[in-house]
Write a protein that binds this ligand. Structure first.
Ligand SMILES: Cc1ncc(COP(=O)(O)O)c(C=O)c1O
Length: 403
């Protein structure tokens, strides 16, 4: 977290493209014994020969580490890589995406505050909005996702925090970050954006006006479905509050997970470009399949907010969803026939992953609640991996024959 550590890191990567940043940014210059990779530092605490230098680090006068629940060298390198890719001034990390979201909300909100967000945020986030925050006396208004006029009106009524997620999980709706950030700032509210689906390669919410951007690093950032993690970047005074909350409540990122996420992130730019390209091809192809009633993907010209997505995103991401005419029974027939997709509650991996909202993003909700949120039971969320797009379409074709 120490400010002194950041500036040389920023200078070292100035003017470099995202593909280079993904590989180089955040990697410390002096590594143990000249190792070319960031070491996994498994030490609970850090020793000091004298009390003066110990105090300097403890009081933030000098960079360094005291105790790994607070900061750790491997974890710090991961935070730095994401911070630089998001174009942020500060970053901190968490043990999962939900830890990033809950710690940020609990750190920034107090009884009497009011949050404005949308109906189809990630299921876990929605549970925080529906139960955990109201229980603490924090009011939450959830607007129809994509209804920007309604969102602006709700924000103008007064609120402390505006929480955005775009594109949304699992129906790939899009929110205009710049427009909603303007409305939020006019009302004196802080803007938090979940950038998990887009990644900084496709979209940089801070440049669009958000105050904070967060991720489930478990997904595209790590990219290999082997480590859980969360990260928050943005304005230093806000990040410091979430850092302090996490430091005390203890949902810190494990050094091994940080190492896996760092390693995964080296190929972030490569993976995202491949996934953007394949997802668009597959979305267009799915639109022509007789068993498919609708395809949800911001890259399609038919997407209601395609114009907004084109303005704020450099690519449209690796996740799409499609609705089967045969409803949930068709989903149950098609999914087991997919040979090139894991049927799992995950996304953003190098392998293609498919699943219905009922067992993935919205497992916490009843079928009726999902319908009310505009998430039909015949939906399949399809997270495109880095396999050959032709192979994936042939696999979908043979599975859809059973729909
Ligand atoms: C958009 C989004 N945000 C947050 C999360 C939660 O992340 P995690 O599972 O790492 O806690 C998810 C998980 O699927 C997600 O899709």
């Amino acid at each position: 977290m120490a400010e002194q550590e950041r500036r040389p890191a920023d200078e070292a990567v100035e003017g470099l493209a995202p593909a280079t940043l993904a590989v180089r940014a955040g990697e410390p210059a002096s590594l143990v014994e000249g190792a070319t990779q960031v070491p996994i530092v498994y030490s609970a605490a850090y020793g000091y020969a004298d009390v003066e230098s110990w105090l300097d680090v403890a009081l933030g006068r000098r960079p360094g580490h005291i105790y790994s629940r607070n900061t750790n060298p491997t974890v710090h390198a991961f935070e730095e890589k994401v911070r630089i890719l998001e174009g942020a001034e500060a970053a901190t990390s968490f043990s999962s995406g939900m830890a990033a979201i809950s710690n940020t909300l609990f750190a920034l909100l107090s009884p009497g505050d009011r949050v404005v967000s949308v109906k189809d945020t990630y299921g876990g986030t929605n549970v925080l909005f529906a139960g955990f925050l109201p229980r603490l006396g924090i009011a939450v208004e959830l607007c129809e996702t994509g209804d920007h006029e309604r969102l602006e009106a709700a924000i103008a009524q007064g609120c402390t925090l505006v929480y955005l997620e775009t594109p949304t999980n699992p129906t790939l709706k899009v929110l205009d970050i710049a427009r909603l950030a303007r409305a939020a700032h006019a009302a004196g509210a802080t803007v938090v954006a979940d950038n998990t689906f887009a990644t900084p390669i496709n979209q940089q919410p801070l440049a669009l006006g958000a105050d904070l951007v967060l991720h489930s690093a478990t997904k595209f950032l790590g990219g290999h479905a082997d480590a859980l993690g969360g990260v928050l970047c943005g304005a230093p005074e806000l990040v410091a509050k979430a850092y302090h909350y996490r430091e005390i409540t203890g949902a810190s990122l494990d050094p091994m997970a940080a190492y896996l996420l760092l390693r995964g992130m080296k190929t972030l730019d490569l993976r995202i470009h491949r996934q953007n390209e394949s997802a668009l091809r597959i979305a267009r192809w799915l639109q022509e399949q007789p068993a498919v009633a609708a395809v949800f993907y911001p890259g399609l010209e038919t997407h209601p907010l395609h114009e907004v997505a084109s303005r704020q995103m450099r690519g449209f991401g690796g996740v799409l969803s499609f609705l089967l005419r045969g409803g949930f029974p068709a989903v149950a027939r098609v999914l087991p026939r997919l040979r090139l997709a894991h049927r799992a509650a995950n996304l953003g991996a190098v392998e293609t992953v498919a699943g219905p909202p009922a067992t993935t993003s919205h497992v916490e909700c009843t079928a009726e609640e999902r319908e009310a949120m505009g998430i039909p039971e015949g939906l399949i969320r399809y997270s495109v991996g880095i396999e050959d797009a032709g192979d994936l379409m042939r696999d979908l074709e043979q599975a859809l024959a059973e729909a």
